[in-house]
Design a binder for this molecule. Structure first.
Ligand code: MN
Length: 424
């Protein structure tokens, strides 16, 4: 059987050197072709591979996976087959598309029902998200926000280095890349004003995040240890957690984020498995003081994922505004899931867990406009001469994420959304 970790393994499908989707990636998504139903897919280079068609034609017959699971409009049931079966599926896909394998390579008549140019299909939400949590796990981001809004001398609140701070968000407004979002309306209050006003937010922002998706459920009362956490995590996506800073500032005391955060969060369409990210594991930052025992982890649980954010004004070229990395996360995903469940909170397949804004230690690695433009005091100059403190109407926000090591590049593609004017 093929080994998908072999960096020299090549596909008979063309994969360019800078592609996020070599044969070692094999991500999972849901797609539609014009007039066709939503179904499961993977991607190799710029080719989308219809996994339902492959299952129906018998390519996965040795795996004992119900064909119907590939024909659903979400991946939840397919993910629920579990890690060993999912691993066997990825290896079988890699084997079929490995350059020396003639099973499908030499049958163009069958290929036309299975292979589609990426540009010709429409990607859908890959999972039904039952529950969504957003953490706040970047120490650089939490420190920057603390400096701006509280006290530079005590930027981190006393709990921050002891608890992976998070909140329960709203899943109904998590949408897939390419979905455009209207500028939200809501209550804001200027510092100098006596009363709040209602209208379109003036401070729409992005938050550069990644999110993991759980692939295994637990029962109420059960906790997941840091040691077992990754067995419950299927994979990751890029996550743009759109935020309205002026609404947030007025509403968040005392119960935290609400309408400033639930008008749209946008994800990349391909779920990259933790198996595919394995070669890119790195140690996280030193945690000092020592964390409580239920949060301790052994080994490396951070991943070296380079992250870019670009803003593209209408009819203008895209412009890089941030280059960060997932490896900066203070709290890792195993700690986040252990904390989420330590009180007995149950989790389900398809639940989503945002990392929180991923800022790095340098001025070019800040993961939100709030930080990049430092509360509006350091506007970003755009190529057309305009300035940005936050996001303007008809600006498109693009995030890309990719790992590179030796000769291997594994990526997430992109998450893209345009901010439309507020509805009237
Ligand atoms: Mn967030």
């Amino acid at each position: 059987m093929a080994k998908e970790t072999d960096v020299y393994m090549k596909s008979w499908i063309e994969v360019s050197g800078n592609s996020d989707f070599p044969l070692q990636n094999i991500p999972f998504g849901i797609f539609k072709t014009p007039g066709g139903p939503a179904r499961a897919a993977t991607r190799i280079g710029d080719t989308v591979v219809d996994l339902h068609a492959m299952a129906m034609k018998g390519f996965f017959d040795g795996l004992n996976i119900d064909h119907d699971l590939f024909g659903r409009d979400t991946l939840n049931a397919l993910i629920a087959i579990g890690k060993p079966a999912g691993r066997a599926l990825r290896l079988r896909i890699a084997e079929i598309f490995e350059q020396s394998n003639p099973e499908l390579r030499d049958h163009p008549g069958i290929q036309k029902d299975i292979l589609f140019p990426a540009g010709s299909v429409q990607m859908q939400m890959p999972v039904h998200v039952g529950d969504y949590t957003d953490f706040y796990s970047s120490i650089e981001h939490a420190t920057n926000v603390g400096i701006m809004f509280r006290d530079p001398a005590n930027a981190l609140l006393p709990n921050w280095k002891h608890i992976p701070v998070g909140y329960h968000g709203r899943s109904s407004s998590i949408v897939v890349s390419g979905t455009n979002i209207h500028r939200p309306k809501g209550q804001t209050k200027a510092d100098t004003a006596e009363f709040p006003e209602f209208g379109p937010s003036r401070q729409v922002d992005f938050e550069l995040e990644m999110a993991f998706i759980t692939g295994r459920k637990t029962e109420l009362g059960q906790s997941v240890s840091t040691e077992d956490a990754e067995d419950h995590i299927f994979g990751m996506v890029l996550f743009n957690d759109l935020s309205a800073r002026d609404i947030q500032k007025w509403e968040y005391v005392p119960l935290g984020p609400f309408l400033a955060k639930n008008f749209g969060s946008v994800i990349s369409p391909w779920i990259v498995t933790l198996d595919a990210l394995e070669p890119f594991r790195v140690p996280g930052p030193t945690q000092e003081p020592t964390v409580l025992s239920y949060l301790r982890t052994e080994g490396d649980h951070n991943f070296d994922v380079q992250l870019d954010v670009l803003i593209q004004p209408e009819n203008q070229p895209e412009q890089l505004v941030c280059h960060s990395n997932y490896k900066y996360m203070y709290w890792n995903l195993a700690q986040q899931l252990a904390h989420q469940t330590v009180n007995g909170c149950n989790i389900n397949v398809g639940d989503m867990y945002g990392s929180g804004t991923i800022s790095g230690p340098t001025p070019d690695s800040l993961g939100s406009m709030l930080e990049i433009a430092w509360k509006g005091t350091r506007p970003v100059k755009m190529a057309d001469g305009s300035e940005r403190k936050f996001i303007n109407d008809n600006d498109t926000i693009i995030m890309r994420g990719y790992c590179i090591k030796d000769n291997l590049r594994i990526g997430f593609g992109e998450v893209k959304t345009k901010i439309l004017p507020a509805t009237s």
